[in-house]
Each structure stands twice: as C-alpha cells, then as structure tokens.
Design a protein. Sequence first.
Length: 443
Amino acid sequence: MLRIFRKICHKEKISAISVIRRTFLTEEYKCTESWNATNSSPLLNKINLSDFYNQLDQSYTTKGTISAIDIDIFANAVNDSHHLEELKDLLHKLRLSAETGNTLESTSHATVRNFLQFGYIEELIEILKDPLNFGVFLDDYSANILLNELLSKHNYDLAADVASLVMLQEEFSSTITCTLCQYACYKYILGYKPPEPITPVEDKTKKVEEIKIRVKYLRNPYFDDHFDIKDRYLLCGKTLAWISNKPNDNLCNNLRLIGWLAYKKYDKLLQLCQELTKSASFKLFNEVIDIFNRDKEQSPESDVQDIIEKSISVLSVAEKISTETTLEKAISIAVENAINQSQNNDILTQKQLFQSWVETRKQKLEEQIQRLDRARRIQTIQQKQKQMQEEEQKLWFFENEDKVDLEIEEKEKLTETNTASKKTLITKTNEQYIPPEILPKRN
C-alpha cells in the first residue's frame, strides 16, 4: 500500500513540474484590471459591435470614407473573438484611406491585447508583419506582454519574429524589451536547424513557347538590407547585433558576436573579435564558440568557413567564463534585473497612459460630432437656399422673363462651343494619324 502511495505522489509531482511555464513578467505588469476598467465605460458598453461594423462598412463602401476614432472605439469595445476578423477588416480599410495618419496609439495597443486575450497569436503576428496593409505597431508594453507570452510557451520562432519587429522599428529605449528580445533571439539561434536543400524536380513536359508581354517599365532590383530581409535567422542576427550594441556590457558583447555571425556580416564579425580581445574586461562564454563551430560546419562555402575559423582563433586568447555560468542563465538574470528596475515605473506609466487615451478618445469623438453637425447644418442651409431660389424664380418669372431667356441662350451657346471644340480635336487627331508601313514578307 505504501509503495502504491509513493508511485501516485511521484506521478503527481512529475505532472505538476511539467505544467510549470517559465514566465518573466508578473500579472501586475500586464495591468489587466486597469485595462478592463478603462474599457468598461458607458460609451463602449452600449455599442452593438455587429451593427456598428455594418454601419462603418456601408459608409466605406458608399462614400469611401472611414474615421480613425470609430476604428479606435471598435478596437477597444471588442469583447468576443468573433469580432476579431471584423477588426482586421476595418484596420485594413483605415490603412487604405486618408484617415490613416490620424490613427490613435490606443488602436494598436487594443488590437494586440484583443488577439492575445483570445489566443490568436499567429494571426496577430501576421498583422504586425504587414504594416503596409494594417498599420498596427508594437509599443514597449504590448511588445513585452507578447514576448513574455511566447517565451513562456517556448514558442521561440514567433518570439524571434516579435523581436525582429522591435528591431525594425528601432525602438531600443526599454531595457525590459531589449533583454526579452535578446533572450528570444538567442534561444532561436541556439536551436536553429537549417532547412533541408530542395532537390530540383526535372520537368519532363514538353517545352511551351514563351509568351512575351510588353510592360511600361522595369523596376530596378533593390535590397535595403532592413525591411527587405525575410529570412528569420538573418533577422535574429541583426536584432542581436543592433540591440546588444553596448560596448561596456560583457554579456552584450558576447551576444553581438553571435548576432554578426547569424547576420552573416563576417567582416564586422572579425573586426569585433579583434576589438574585444584587446579589452581586458572582455570574457567569452563557451556557447559562443559552440555556435561558431556549428555554423562553420553547416556553411557550404569555404571562404565563410575560413573567416569563422579565423574568428575562433582570434577569440581563443580571450579569457573564458566558467561553465557553471551559461549564456542563457546570464541573459535570464539580465531580464530579471531589468524587470526589477523598471516594472513599477512601467505599471504606473501604463495606468496613466490608459487614462490619457480615454481623454483623447473623448476629445476626438466630440470634435468629430461637432464636425459632422457643422457639415449637416451647412448642407441644410444650402438646400434651403436652393429652395428659396426656385421659389423666387416662380414668383418673379414674368418680371424676369427676358433675363431667363438670355441665360438659356448663353447656356445653349456654351454647349455648342464645347461640342464644336471636341469635333475639331477629333478631326485634328485623325488628320495627324500616320498608318504603319507594311513591308512585304521576305522569303
């Protein structure tokens, strides 16, 4: 009986340990209660999202106009996963309109929180990776919450995508964001496996005659080495190299080495190796050499292998850190230190930001109501003026009969002149036409 009891306890202990997920941020950092309280205002609660979406969609279809404040209200009022697709559609329509420049910061933040709340993280990252069509950008707080969620689930592929988005925005002011990005990129690079080469399939079908199409112009190929990078491994390397650009930090120097290697900027890698070995404060982690050796073996180019081998030989003179302290553990400590230093300030700033967004939303909504009311009153005045002119013409028709006849004659002359000018233009065009010369076929 005692043996059975021990087995049961052992199984429960194993299952409890397996459920534990590594998370960096606390629940207080997410400010969920403050966010829900902010979005529980009477303005947002009384909105029927289905009817509201139909009104916005109809307005965009008929008039081609859409309001940024309306999209912000919709994004903050979402309370069900069924409305996420509608929100995505409205964001795209707003991005295509002239109102996209008036998009509020709270719209992007609410979009990130909504997709996170209902578990649609992959769809969220696809939206974030397409700013041209959706215009949703991460702020420091939404980036931290999203990175923490992905890292706790050990989804390092998507976490690396988020870190790359932070790098592309070049927002490196938050130490929490930077350290979380470093952790995500390092974990992705550490577990990276190159894709298997695709064997070309021989096309046994008969050759089809080429069809050439005339185009107006050819666009010259251009690669900006920033937004045009699509390879996740290269993006992770550039993210590590840029975010870790702190020469006085030993951990960042080690991560920069890995970054330039993954980014495949071998000239900068070799230069950095030479600079760091001259510094007495630099200490090398063993994992850096392991990643160098792995990439050297995986690289098919002999020139690249030689440069990596040379970099390893340069780093061989550097002082090594003991194997007890791993690079992953050092990054984790850096993340925890950054959170301890900035968490309270970030929580306070978020709560203040939520309140300022509410005030901004009220102000923008009042301005829109006043603008629409002014346009409605102007339209009413114009209609009344038109009716008064028509009534005046009816009442004073016989007194102004000669004047009306003159106006009719002038309109008829103007119409005849426009018709004659069009005919003249067509005639001139026909006279200038030169038919193509048809040459006889040569045998």
